[in-house]
Design a binder for this molecule. Structure first.
Ligand code: G4P
Length: 530
């Protein structure tokens, strides 16, 4: 198969949702339909098993959330699917943003009884800023749900994206029997299987077939037909281009737990979803995925996923060319050549070595200390992808090592965790760097850092939460002389660049008035999210 075909059959995506909407369940069903697992129930079971065997996972288990995220590759029909799993907890961190930078599409998963929830909105904003094509799966139709039309309205009004229903539910809650597939004109009627462990058997019929009428009560059926008339009467056809631009989202109704609608969704997703897109490098050139020279960027570094290995894995998103095991590439940041000897694919906690990979694929690299977030790896010179922005932090804490004897380990730990992107690190401006101020997008990042400093670097720390809620980069001359008042503070980032921390957004305007010669600029990522 040539490079062009390999690229064309890849689909790299992430699922965005509010916790509890059913992301774990849907992920598992995608794997079931992809043939990557035979019986659903394995992923959740693996997660539990992993949590039980790994002390790093203790934190995750205690809180019942997923802090780490993995990449799952599975085949579907003629396609290779790469599902980038993002942490689901609402107190998510920068990992989630960075993972979305590596995706070509996103699936927005919505609970049919709840509609658009806060976390959905936040993640949607990031996809929107990047114009990532978005598919919507409205889940849990087997439970009493909100009116489908009302849910579509909400997508349009709350998120401001056009919503185009690809199918339409027959029944609701207990009476949910199937969906009308607008493309084929058939109602797909599903049968429930025990816990949805196997694929749901399906029969397709015309919506006006008496067999369909007999499935639900008269009123539900009449309403269903009326709504179909309304849909078809609305006239507008689905435009794939509008979806690719991020203006319209195709909407699918279903129920992940019973598998209803999962296959229809996957079929549409592989047919209409985007293959790996060209990527802009920092010289504003587009790097085509079919370009023969290998390139990729590191979007995530994850440490010690398995205590038996105790290593750090850099996740590389391939952007062009062909990745081959043992190949030598340049790390553009350091200018050094690296041989990629220990490349792996990850499936939950299992590892498998990778021989080849193409644009859209994600490869795990276990070269300790060689890579940092945002690194470009490429064959030859010339390509350097845009750096991954530091995200605007909303939580700040002063951290110190309790035991002075372990200060060296403390410093090393802080430096490495920063390099991994686990936390942002600031220091008081222009002073000797002793006590760092940690900055995070989600407060949970602090707990992870505290836990890891103790378990991996053997350093006990004390955290003192600071009252700031937002940060701005400071541009202009002599920022050290700025008048900031009592509710703001000047710090510097790792590279010594000035940053002002504010207790409120309101304080920014005031400080700006006091310092007309300086500019207080939003972090890149905030601009990205707006
Ligand atoms: P998350 O990863 O987005 O947080 O959600 P997860 O898949 O864990 O699902 C959250 C709960 O919603 C689970 O119930 C799950 O079984 C249920 N769920 C997911 N999809 C559907 C669906 O289509 N229909 C219905 N009725 N429920 C669904 P739980 O009680 O927390 O766990 P469990 O006891 O089922 O394992």
């Amino acid at each position: 198969m040539d490079l062009r075909e390999e690229v064309a059959r890849r689909r790299t995506f992430a699922i965005i949702s509010h916790p509890d909407a059913g992301k774990t369940t849907l992920t598992e069903k995608l794997l079931l339909y992809g043939g990557a697992i035979v019986t659903a129930g394995q992923v959740a079971a693996r997660r539990r098993a992993r949590a039980a065997t790994s002390d790093w996972m203790e934190l995750e288990r205690e809180r019942g959330i997923s802090i780490t995220s993995t990449v799952l590759q599975f085949p579907y029909r003629d396609h290779t699917m790469n599902l980038l799993d993002t942490p689901g907890h609402q107190d998510f961190g920068e990992d989630t943003y960075r993972t979305l930078l590596a995706a070509d599409a996103a699936v927005m998963l919505i609970d049919a009884a709840k509609g658009v929830e806060p976390q959905t909105r936040k993640l949607f904003a990031i996809c929107r800023a990047r114009r990532i094509p978005l598919f919507t799966f409205i889940n849990k139709m087997d439970r009493p749900s909100r009116d489908p039309l009302e849910l579509l309205d909400e997508l349009e009004n709350v998120l401001g994206i056009g919503a185009y229903p690809m199918n339409w539910p027959l029944g609701n809650g207990e009476t949910f029997r199937g969906v009308y597939d607008r493309a084929s004109g058939d109602v797909h009627v599903f049968e429930r299987t025990r816990h949805g462990a196997k694929r749901a058997p399906v029969t397709a019929s015309d919506p006006r077939d008496p067999k369909i009428a007999a499935l639900v009560d008269e009123r539900t059926y009449r309403e269903f037909l009326d709504q179909l008339d309304l849909l078809e009467g609305a006239g507008a056809a689905f435009e794939r281009d509008a979806m690719l631009r991020g203006d319209v989202t195709p909407v699918f109704f279903g129920s992940a737990v019973t598998n209803f609608g999962v296959e229809l969704f996957l079929d549409a997703f592989v047919t209409m979803g985007p293959p790996p897109a060209p990527r802009l490098d920092s010289a504003k050139h587009l790097v085509e995925p079919t370009d023969g020279r290998f390139s990729g960027f590191v979007f995530k570094i994850q440490a010690n996923m398995d205590p038996r290995h105790r290593d750090r894995i850099a996740f590389l998103r391939v952007c062009s060319g062909k990745f081959e095991r043992d190949m030598t590439v340049r790390n553009v940041r350091t200018g050094k050549d690296v041989r990629l000897t220990r490349a792996m694919k990850l499936f939950a906690s299992d590892r498998e070595s990778v021989d080849v990979a193409f644009a859209g694929d994600v490869v795990g690299l276990a070269n300790p200390g060689v890579f940092a977030i945002g690194d470009t790896l490429a064959e030859g010179d010339g390509v350097r992808f845009e750096p991954i922005p530091a995200y605007e932090p909303e939580h700040f804490a002063l951290v110190r090592s309790i035991d002075t004897a372990s200060y060296k380990s403390f410093q090393k730990g802080i430096a490495q965790l920063r390099e991994e992107g686990a936390i942002q690190v600031f220091y008081p401006f222009g002073q000797t760097r002793i006590e760092p101020i940690l900055a995070a997008v989600g407060a949970l990042q602090f707990e992870v850092v505290k836990y890891r400093l103790e378990s991996e670097y053997n350093v006990k720390t004390a955290f003192q939460t600071l009252p700031y809620t937002t940060a701005r980069r400071v541009a202009g001359d002599n920022p050290g002389a700025a008048t900031l008042g009592s509710s703001a503070r000047l710090v510097e980032d790792w590279d010594g660049k000035p940053i002002a921390l504010f207790e409120s957004e309101w304080g920014i305007g005031l400080v700006q008035q006091w310092n007309p010669g300086l500019r207080f600029e939003a972090f890149g990522a905030r601009e990205l999210a707006e």
